[in-house]
Write a protein that binds this ligand. Structure first.
Ligand SMILES: [Zn+2]
Ligand SMILES: [Zn+2]
Length: 230
């Protein structure tokens, strides 16, 4: 860094190539301590109240990400910038943990957030629930999947549950046992693949439930009529 040419906050290094001699390229240093930031140490880190932030500008530090999210939704306890395990340099993604369910839901409901910092950073990025690999099905606790971790996570804000194959089919698509288009596949730490039909799935489920109630009511009504006639 000392060998760089500095222009205020920016640093440059001159490189030569066969076509260009002494071309200045910008050097952006990253301190390892800038990858993690605890905003509120009194709160436990809950991975199920954590969001994944994609497309984070590389110069943005964890403390800045935490402060931006806290000013928008409140209740931030931790922010982390994902770094390459070998290079230790930011990969362009981050995680933010909230202490309250309300803040967590508000952040994922927004789906996009504008990250602004200093003169250089102003970018709209996507936020998703942070999906974990090692969760049991919230419905059966793993009983229906032989104790295997849940392969599905429903990112609908009214749901936010992990499901095994069996329970996903029963709860989200009772007619066909879960069609491939209505699944929110779990993709490790990259976050869930968001399904656009997610809302429909829940509405259909509600509609089916209502139909079943109306049907059982009518059935009772018919039975009464039959009984009266007899
Ligand atoms: Zn299950
Ligand atoms: Zn759901």
């Amino acid at each position: 860094m000392e060998a760089c040419i500095s222009d205020g906050e920016r640093h440059y290094w001159c490189v030569s190539s066969p076509t260009m001699k002494d071309k200045p390229v910008q050097i952006r240093p990253w301190r390892l301590s800038e990858s993690d930031f605890v905003l509120d140490a009194s709160q436990p880190l809950d991975p199920r109240k954590t969001i994944f932030v994609g497309g984070v500008p590389r110069p943005l530090r964890a403390c800045e990400l935490a402060n931006i999210m806290n000013s928008l939704y409140g209740g931030v306890c931790y922010a982390g910038i994902d770094t390459d395990p070998e290079l230790k340099y930011p990969k362009g993604a981050g995680r933010v943990a909230f202490s309250s369910q309300q803040s967590y839901i508000a952040a994922i409901s927004a789906r996009f957030v504008q990250l602004r910092h200093g003169a250089d950073i102003d970018k709209r990025v996507e936020v998703k629930p942070y999906v974990l690999d090692d969760q049991m099905c919230d419905e059966c606790g793993g009983a229906m999947s032989g104790g295997k971790f849940a392969p599905f996570f429903c990112a609908n804000v009214t749901c936010l549950q992990y499901y095994c194959d069996h329970c996903w089919g029963v709860i989200h698509d009772p007619a066909s046992g879960g069609s491939s288009t209505s699944r929110w596949l779990k993709k490790g730490q990259i976050g869930p693949v968001l399904c656009r039909s997610g809302g429909d799935v829940h509405n259909w489920w509600r509609l089916l439930f209502m139909c079943a109630r109306v049907f059982s009511y009518l059935q009772g009504f018919v039975r009464c009529r039959v009984a009266l006639r007899v």
